[in-house]
Design a protein around this ligand. Sequence first.
Ligand code: MCA
Ligand code: AMP
Length: 499
Amino acid sequence: MTQNLYASFEAQFRAHAPATALHMDGRADWSYAELEAQASRAAGALLAFGVKPGDRVVAQTPKCAEAVALYLGCLKAGAVYVPLNTAYTRAEVDYFLGDAEPALFVADVGADTSGVAVQVATMDAAGRGTFSEAASGATPCDATAPRAADDLAAIVYTSGTTGRSKGAMLTHANLASNAEALCAAWGFTSADTQLHALPIFHVHGLFVALHCAFLTGSSLAFLLRFDARNCMAWLPRCTVMMGVPTFYTRLLASVGFSRGLCEGVRVFISGSAPLAEQTFDAFAERTGHRILERYGMSETLMNTSNPLHGERVAGTVGFSLPGVEARVVDEDAAPRPVGEVGDIEVRGPNVFTGYWRMPDKTAAEMRPDGFFRTGDLGVMDAHGRLSIVGRAKDLVISGGYNVYPKEIERLIDAMPEVAESAVIGVPHPDFGEGVVAVVQPVADAVALAAVSAALDGQLARFKQPKQVVCVAELPRNAMGKVQKNVLRDRYANLFAERP
Ligand code: MCA
Ligand code: AMP
């Protein structure tokens, strides 16, 4: 029997054929029958483009229903789906295309693809473009490609502490096991309607949110971006919402966001970044809902979750999902005592098979007993409830997006007028953490605008520092290493008054 994840989805699509899969703003909804037909057409188009099982398909498309069909078509055709953040610049995309070596790159209609060395198709925000033209002209692909459990379904790029992005290889079994665990843990049924305002190029919006719907035949209120007012308009029709903490702080900051709007919602779920206890408390106060926080990574999908039934504790990420083992250990993998900080490591069917074409990096992060080193620091209580208390990796999480300081520092340090830079994250009222570059110039000063100009076009805008600060000397320890903790303390209030 095939282990292709699409086969499980297809069974649900057929069982719920007349039900609405995607409720949409300003265009006709798609039923599950329509979604299945579109996925078969997308798979047919992929075959027509010459895509074979195991080939990579890179997608950097606007969020639209046709992009969901493209993802499903890739699964169905046995291709490996490689989603890219729509904010990535041409320079960033060139790296991913060179690394993934796809058989097809589906780009935004407006993107600059001149000189791209791979086959290109296009898709715009309304789903139109050469990919959809091929899909409507192609013979729909009825047969789902047979896949083994360990065959790759997707590669998700995640930046690294070295500044070079790594492709996390996720198999059909990884995605299927995690989706099943989440549907059970969060009680999804076909009666649910999930408010979906997340982007679909990351694990959260693509796998966690969509798979919960596709495995249960439940509906999605499929919004093209997060806008607090629009979410408030849709919430009364929804039973579940998933989001990053910024979604919840923005809802709380919105006039008219009230308990009444949330009456039909059975659970609000948060992840991708720490949910502040004050947000949890304010949300409970305003709506009567205790947000359910969970913890995951691109490499591991979802690891732990607060319970659907039972106490959800602010500042904690709950218990290991069924089948997943999470432990808190020291450098030598010896367990840390209950209540003491250590490295979080994870093992289970959710854990990826390694970094694409980077066996050394994979080996460095995997323990011999199969545990993956997350780079997160945590504390386990006596009941197995996990709290994340920090990061061993140098990473900033801004509005749910990961920003690796090294990637930015490398570009700033290449400026002749800069001696050294240190990029840090400090508290930000909207994004949780805001990116700040602290720059030590060679001579007297460096024009701050010049720093921003040096990054423009190189880095996605969300990675670019919200503030650049010039200092005569960066603080260093006895070994000469920049003390980022000193800088984080010094600039902790930089965004205090900035919405
Ligand atoms: C947008 N901007 C940002 C961010 N988003 N700056 C910093 N951090 C951000 N997250 C900047 C843009 O570059 C632009 O800047 C300006 O804000 C307006 O852009 P716009 O797109 O209009 O912003 P927005 O629509 O308000 O977006 C904010 C957002 C969005 C809704 C919070 O960032 C978002 O949807 N975040 C969700 C991320 C996510 O899905 N993460 C899951 C990763 P300028 O004006 O200078 O050009 S998966 C994961 O982490 C694991 C597996 C897990 O556990 O889930
Ligand atoms: P990514 O590389 O985009 O998959 O991001 C994964 C990282 O996001 C994790 O290693 C954590 O540092 C962080 N993360 C995800 N969920 C949570 C959460 N609920 N609380 C704190 N950090 C989180």
